[in-house]
Design a protein around this ligand. Structure first.
Ligand SMILES: [Zn+2]
Length: 293
């Protein structure tokens, strides 16, 4: 198999009236899982990964950004790492994936971010402060925006995140729109507060033609670790206890109501269901959906 023969990194499908195209920003390698996930011993984490046929010592998250066409809007959920190579060379391919999918940046009229961490807002603006999506309104929670662009936090432990949020969000300040918990801020798109990972972190429920799906953002970072043991934590959670509580609430909801999820960090392409399994949850990837030409 040569690289040239690999399929492009996008996946179009339909759900209700929504036309969804998953466009990857590329894999985000985190390295040692025990350094990133807390609340279970390193041996236990390695065993969980091993049981699921994943390398126990090299954790990789996907970055499943999604273009959703619904009604008159063309929305991009999450923007990836942009030019920042903090996790290596594999990230930052969002625009390439969109090109492979035949989607022009100028077609995007709404960019929606679950929160202001690097791998979600990193692709809003280029290095000279020009928006990658020239016709897009940018949607985020107001508290989240203020917190992560606060200059006084540049020298904190989260300084890199703050600098990056400022680099990407301040140049589009005049085209920012803020959503609140429960608000339908775009046609068919409702925000749901899921605080803990960051305090202004939100999920999105997209509904059309009697069908819904939930864009999970960073409600859970891994299809095995934070589902089998949902009370575990991700090392970068602002409030780990609240994060776990919020996660379990959302996973309970999508399992009970059988709402499919679009999971930003799950294995490609990240669309499927979450069901209950013992005292945790399990991810069921949706089968390939073949569209008629
Ligand atoms: Zn993330």
């Amino acid at each position: 198999v040569t690289a040239a023969r690999q399929p492009p990194y996008y996946y179009p499908f339909k759900h209700g009236d929504a036309e969804i195209t998953v466009v990857s920003d590329g894999p985000l390698p985190l390295g040692n899982p025990a350094a990133n996930f807390v609340g279970a011993s390193p041996a236990e984490i390695a065993a969980m990964l091993n049981r699921n046929f994943l390398p126990p010592d090299d954790l990789v998250l996907e970055q499943n950004a999604a273009v959703v066409k619904l009604g008159s809007r063309t929305m991009l959920f999450e923007t990836g790492m942009g030019t920042l190579k903090l996790f290596g060379e594999t990230t930052g391919r969002l625009l390439e994936s969109m090109k492979e999918a035949g989607i022009k940046p100028s077609e995007i009229d709404a960019v929606v971010c679950s929160h202001a961490h690097i791998d979600h807002v990193g692709g809003v603006c280029d290095d000279s402060g020009h928006p990658y999506f020239p016709n897009a309104e940018v949607f985020i929670n107001e508290e989240e925006f203020k917190h992560w662009t606060d200059e006084s936090r540049l020298n904190s432990d989260f300084g890199v995140q703050v600098a990056n949020a400022r680099k990407n969000l301040l140049p589009v300040k005049d085209r920012l729109s803020f959503f609140k918990d429960g608000q339908e801020f775009l046609p068919g798109v409702q925000a749901m507060a899921v605080p803990g990972h960051t305090m202004g972190h939100h999920c999105f429920i997209v509904s059309s033609a009697g069908k819904s799906f939930c864009l999970l953002g960073d409600t859970t970072h891994h299809q095995v670790l934070l589902l089998e043991k949902p009370w575990m934590n991700f090392a970068y959670d602002a409030d780990p206890k609240l994060s776990a509580k919020s996660r379990i609430r959302v996973l309970d909801m999508v399992a009970t109501d059988r709402i499919p999820v679009m999971a930003y960090h799950f294995a490609w392409p990240g669309f499927g269901h979450v069901g209950r399994d013992g005292d945790g949850f399990r991810y069921f990837p949706a089968p390939m959906q073949l569209l008629k030409a």
